[in-house]
Ligand binder design. Structure first.
Ligand SMILES: [Zn+2]
Length: 291
């Protein structure tokens, strides 16, 4: 009888622990019915993680090294080893290098990239590891819409044509530009595009208006022109940039343009990982401290 009680009690304790674990992972996993965009603090480069209300996960670029694994560990549940979509905007090391370690550690269901020609050692490594992932490949371009789940989609705004196996004079300008759309709320992610592509988008009459903007090319002065900023007219801007980087990013010029238009901005070098939370109507921006 006593033994039976003990078994019952330990069973209850086990059940209690399980419930607590499920509740904790529910909150860590961000399943709060909102859409979360994390501008990860990965040094000089880009890496953005999106968690949708329905639990889909998207990683856009991976930063310059393995730091991204640590950062993903901070925003994903500890047991989660899958990512629905990885986007490699362009094959420069400050965006692509971290994605190699992501493919090593996570099961990735689909990969969006341009497939542009690239002959670096890093690209050779990437081209070797990608087929092993057996992910669905997408070499998307302008106008393509990717449905993530009901109410959440990605719209491709650049490149203008499929770039698979094409040799480009500027990889930055071939980069994948995405508009993340969640109901009426939109986030424009401009990778490293420069002024010439901004102009091309403007004269092509693309709908650039967005509530939030990831500043192109880490705040380089050759991007984020005044005309482009006016067309996007974001409520807030985000700059992915490394502390004391050797490029002088973000530049005084870009910060000045943002200030002139009264656009508040957040930067990963001074504020660490930045979290943008969207509920379809309102938003919240949470900043950490740089590590
Ligand atoms: Zn870059």
């Amino acid at each position: 009888m006593e033994k039976e009680m003990q078994i019952k009690r330990s069973g209850l304790i086990a059940l209690g622990v399980l419930v607590i674990l499920v509740v904790i992972s529910f909150f860590i996993g961000g399943h709060d019915g909102k859409l979360h965009v994390y501008f990860l603090d990965i040094g000089q480069g880009d890496a953005m993680f999106v968690q949708t209300p329905g639990g889909k996960q998207i990683l856009i670029d991976g930063g310059p090294d393995q730091t991204v694994l640590q950062r993903l560990g901070e925003v994903m549940p500890f047991y989660d080893r899958t990512i629905d979509l990885v986007v490699a905007t362009h094959p420069d090391a400050d965006h692509l290098a971290g994605l190699v370690s992501v493919l090593e550690k996570y099961r990735v269901a689909s990969i969006l990239e341009t497939g542009m020609q690239c002959e670096t050692a890093l690209c050779a490594e990437w081209e070797k590891i990608v087929p092993k992932e057996q992910a669905v490949m997408n070499y998307g371009n302008l106008g393509e819409e990717i449905n993530i789940e009901e109410g959440v989609k990605l719209l491709i705004l650049n490149p203008f044509f499929e770039l698979k196996d094409q040799k480009l004079s500027s990889r930055n300008n071939g980069a994948v530009v995405l508009k993340l759309m969640y109901g009426k709320q939109t986030v424009l992610l401009t990778a490293d595009i420069e002024a010439s592509i901004e102009r091309k988008m403007l004269v092509s009459d693309l709908n650039l208006k967005a509530d939030f903007l990831k500043i192109a090319h880490h705040g380089s002065k050759t991007s984020t022109t005044e005309d482009f900023l006016k067309a996007v007219a974001p409520k807030a801007a985000f700059i992915e940039v490394g502390r004391r980087n050797r490029y002088g990013h973000p530049t005084e010029e870009v910060l000045g343009r943002l200030e002139n238009l009264s656009i508040p901005y957040y930067r990963t070098d001074t504020q660490g990982t930045i979290e943008l939370v969207l509920d379809g109507k309102d938003y919240q921006i949470l900043t950490g401290s740089p590590r």
